[in-house]
Design a protein around this ligand. Sequence first.
Ligand code: HEC
Ligand code: HEC
Length: 468
Amino acid sequence: MRRRLKKRIARYVAAERRVSSRILLYKLAAFAVIGVLAFAVPGQNQTRTDSAASMRLGLRLFKDARFSSPQGDLQNSCNSCHLLDEDPQGMRVHTDFFARSWVPFRATDPRREELRNSPTILDAGLMPRLHFDGEFSSLEELVKGTLAGRPMGWLSGEQDKAVEHVSTVILKDTGEGAKTDGSYADQFKNAYGANIATLRRNEVIDLAAKALSDYIRTQKTARTTPYDRFIQVNGLDAGPARGEDAKLFASRLLDKLVALEQKRALKMTTGFDAAALKGMKLFLASDGTGSAGNCVICHTPPLFTDLSFHNMGISQSEYDQVNGDGSFSELEIPGDGAAHRPSAQFRETPSKRKPGCADLGHWNFVDLKSSPLRRAGESDDRFLQRMIATFKTPTLRNLAFSQPYMHTGAFSTVESAIAELARLSQMARAGHVREGDDELARVRLTDTDIIQLTVFLQTLNEDLQQRK
Ligand code: HEC
Ligand code: HEC
């Protein structure tokens, strides 16, 4: 782009040499302004993108139930498991109501449930790695994997079939029932200036993945919750400064809260009261011998996730429930030399029918050489062991609209989810959580603390009606 602009300017200068220098200067200035605008307007410097049209296209693809395998018994769309407005059951943040989402049944892979609970997709556009286990490193990759994957009823090995099927649906679409936007061909033309009839099938899928990803990138959490207003009216920092770690940020924020309180200058806001403030202090506290939530270390504001992976003992607790106490600690897990990752055995829901099967999360996908989680001086093998049963930290925004909780979906209330973390933190201190995160052992909560934390987390729910 920049080179083309330069070339044009050079050609222009040559042709206009005889024109008076003042006019030339004006024209060059005008070129410069246009050039700067082209770089400043987001999305304008790639292909021709109409963001309103691409948003409508993305949403229509998101809700289209024709992409799933004709051999499955459910016609899933993305929207089947990532729901928004489910009147009369209420609003959802692009999640379903199941502990584990329902996938179409296939006789050769007779399962009904997904491996995990469906998470919110708000803010997913900001995540360097996606899915609880970090399988995907971009939205586009995730979308293509999903369109041709088990959520849509396709088996492994059926990828070509899926590409054929999905691209045919898109290419043959007539736009019936699509309101005023016309066919997919019209919509891709309007959104991206692309003529899909001239594209190869894989390129059609690539463009559909782009449209879906662009749509997801528009789906962000709103910073209008009682908590956000409390932060704003009191002039508090919304998150760590650049390069500051979460612990330092939390102690700075706690000091400021206490100072404002002593001056009687701390302002409460609608929906954020004294009980929420108590919960917030617990959330931020990580030191001392008394109660400490230590939550802020991993659920760091403003996103309420550090986007990283931790073992909180949730996989272990599910495995032990099925196979008996202490069984996860005895499960044989191969070291770096022998492990084939990702592993079908270790990406499975534990059950009596499948002895030895467990969900080891990020263990399956961590790149031992390039992962930022690797510690200095750690061997490949030790690092891989430490990644056992680590999962991506979920956001704590909008929990009112995403129950049940944890990757297993085993907890139907926020309170019960925190109570489980409190129980696991005691086990971790006793050394009974296999490869449990060091920070888990620093969580110290009483029953009253759990209630106060629950009250605080309620202040992180936004008014979803405004999204309709
Ligand atoms: C059968 C239910 C189901 C369908 C259909 C489905 N998803 Fe998901 N989605 C899930 C589950 C379950 C997860 C969590 C997967 C995991 O962590 O292993 C997930 C995860 C995601 C995430 C990652 C969120 C994060 O924080 O990492 C995104 C984004 C997403 N889905 C988008 C889509 C899109 C786009 C489609 C349609 C092409 C789709 N999903 C179809 C159930 C589904
Ligand atoms: C060491 C990092 C870490 C700390 C400390 C931590 N969490 Fe988490 N939290 C996680 C991870 C990782 C998960 C997902 C675990 C899983 O599903 O296996 C999670 C899950 C949750 C969930 C379920 C959310 C959902 O959408 O399913 C809640 C609620 C929660 N944490 C609250 C808290 C609270 C409250 C604290 C402080 C008392 C806390 N966490 C401390 C990392 C942490």
